[in-house]
Design a protein around this ligand. Structure first.
Ligand code: DX5
Ligand code: ZN
Length: 218
């Protein structure tokens, strides 16, 4: 099943509640929230208080992408704010297993992400603790960047690893997803697609989401 997870990083922050409402109405399954700490990535974005403010505006899966160092420090706060899925970076955790276990213990789904240059083999030991894998196809930090084609190989490697291990873990892809690049990511094994610019920079977000879904199926 194809899932579209619009990244609110590209929406109009002065109308956040309206944008979130519109996103759910437009047929998106997930809402992708990019949390950045100015340390793991060179940008600052959203904290738990913003997540809890927008949570009541949409009955949709809140898909949180934590681009912060030692995210275990904040997962309980994000759960309280309304997170359904919490994804952390392999590169940002001193104890990945403990972090993933703690996310599950809170009742959230646990996602694990790697940046484009990280060896996908790093994911292998943690698959038993993962409910989702997030493959970054841009360097994390900013919306509106171009898809890094070399990272498609990471999607393929993760898909192979998951299959070989007999796991049932969906692969999410994030960064530079367009009506074109989504085909490449889908063919490599991704089923959950984050899209910021390709949704919110379009005049009709419902149509944009529909088009992405159609292209993922090609
Ligand atoms: C980048 C973020 C992405 C970003 C995607 O660090 O994780 O979620 O907002 O934006 P687009 O789709 O514009 O590349
Ligand atoms: Zn993201």
């Amino acid at each position: 099943m194809t899932i579209i997870s619009p990244s609110i990083l590209s929406c109009d922050f002065s109308k956040l509640a309206e944008e979130v409402k519109l996103t759910a109405k437009a047929g998106a399954e997930y809402l992708h929230v990019d949390v950045m700490d100015g340390m793991f990535v060179p940008n600052l974005t959203i904290g738990p208080c913003v997540v809890s403010a927008i949570r009541p505006h949409a009955d949709i899966v809140f898909d949180l992408h934590l681009m912060i160092n030692e995210p275990i420090r904040y997962i309980a706060e994000f759960k309280k704010a309304g997170a359904d899925i919490i994804t952390v970076h392999e590169e940002a955790c001193s104890d990945v297993t403990e972090t993933l276990k703690a996310i599950r213990a809170l009742g959230c789904k646990a996602g694990l992400s790697i940046k484009p240059k990280t060896d996908p083999e790093k994911l292998r030991p943690y698959l038993p603790y993962c409910d989702m894998i997030l493959i970054m196809t841009v360097e994390p930090g900013f919306g509106g960047q171009s898809y890094i084609h070399a990272a498609t190989e990471n999607i393929r490697a993760a898909a192979k690893m998951i299959k070989e291990g007999g796991y049932d873990i969906p692969i999410e892809v994030d960064g530079g997803i367009t009506n074109e690049t989504i085909k490449e990511a889908a063919a490599a094994g991704a089923t959950i697609f984050v899209a910021g610019s390709a949704v919110y920079k379009k005049p009709d977000i419902a149509r944009a989401i529909w088009e992405l879904r159609e292209n993922a199926a090609i």
